[in-house]
Design a protein around this ligand. Structure first.
Ligand SMILES: C[S@@+](CC[C@H](N)C(=O)[O-])C[C@H]1O[C@@H](n2cnc3c(N)ncnc32)[C@H](O)[C@@H]1O
Length: 275
């Protein structure tokens, strides 16, 4: 598992505030009239907490699932800042998403921010889709949120000898200006098994008025499965879902050749209407 998940504060700094996926999930809950919601790979609560903040008003019950104790610890910490009426509607569970199942059927399961890319093997992926199908009520929805494969970024891996380019893809400063995080990224792609070997190199700077700037550098390596749209669709169909939506962005844009996001919504069969 990537090192960044043992450093939740830096994970949050890396992602910044007010990202558009948060608004997307807020709206989606209302659009689907969902009241019981599971977030798989909820992490530090970047999305869970803003959803929890609307729990009392919109009668939501939210379960967040993650394998990282550190990330869940950060999510728990953030929850303490919410009003009691919201906080009591959330539970956080330490569990692998391939094994997690709800006790009672829920309306909606979401898996934001490319978390499913951490699930590498086909049998593990099928286990996730099947346990989600078992957790959902009839007509319930499973929202899978990934990034589109960026073939241009992988092209250098096809060169002989393979090249690995380094790009600086994050440069974020904390609101108080004390912390700055710069991330460099390299990706090596194995086309025959759709596997990306991602290496993040982080430089973390800390500046205090009474102190000299301090820098810390660390590497976070991880492997990632690269999902293609048709493959995603097949995972849904093979596990009994129908595919309701295919979006290429958080505003519900259609999937296009240059879409950055790959978002698919699967739906379990609705109950048969009485004759
Ligand atoms: C990219 S982060 C997303 C966190 C959060 N959903 C967000 O949008 O900020 C991926 C999260 O998935 C968790 N994760 C990865 N593999 C997992 C697994 N097999 N079971 C449960 N959690 C997992 C990691 O610990 C991490 O917190």
């Amino acid at each position: 598992m990537a090192t960044i998940y043992t450093r939740p504060e830096e994970y949050d700094l890396e992602h910044g505030e007010g990202e558009e996926d948060i608004t997307f999930y807020r709206r989606l809950i209302q659009r689907f009239d969902a009241h019981t919601i599971v977030e798989l790979g909820c992490g530090s609560g970047r999305i869970t907490v803003p959803l929890a903040a609307m729990a009392d008003e919109h009668d939501l019950h939210i379960t967040g699932v993650d394998v990282s104790e550190e990330m869940l610890g950060e999510a728990r910490q953030k929850m303490t800042r919410l009003p009691t009426g919201c906080r009591t509607r959330v539970q956080l569970v330490l569990e692998d998403i391939g094994r997690f199942q709800t006790a009672a059927p829920v309306d909606l399961v979401i898996v934001p921010c490319s978390t499913l890319a951490h699930v590498l093997e086909l049998d593990e992926q099928l286990a996730v889709w099947r346990s989600v199908a078992r957790s959902l009520r009839p007509g319930g929805r499973f929202v899978v949120d990934l990034t589109m494969p960026t073939l241009a970024a992988f092209a250098d891996s096809m060169a002989t000898p393979p090249r690995v380019l380094v790009e600086m893809d994050v440069d974020q400063e904390s609101e108080d200006g004390v912390h700055r995080l710069i991330r460099y990224k390299t990706t090596r792609y194995e086309a025959h098994r759709q596997r990306a070997h991602v290496r993040f190199l982080y430089d973390r700077f800390e500046t205090r008025p009474d102190d000299e700037a301090r820098a810390q550098r660390y590497v976070s390596d991880f492997e990632s499965h690269v999902y293609f749209p048709r493959e995603l669709e097949l995972l849904f169909l093979h596990t009994g879902f129908e595919v309701e939506h295919r979006w290429g962005g958080y505003r519900g844009e259609a999937l296009r050749p240059h879409s950055r996001a790959l978002i698919m919504v699967g739906r379990t069969p609705a109950p048969e209407s009485p004759r």
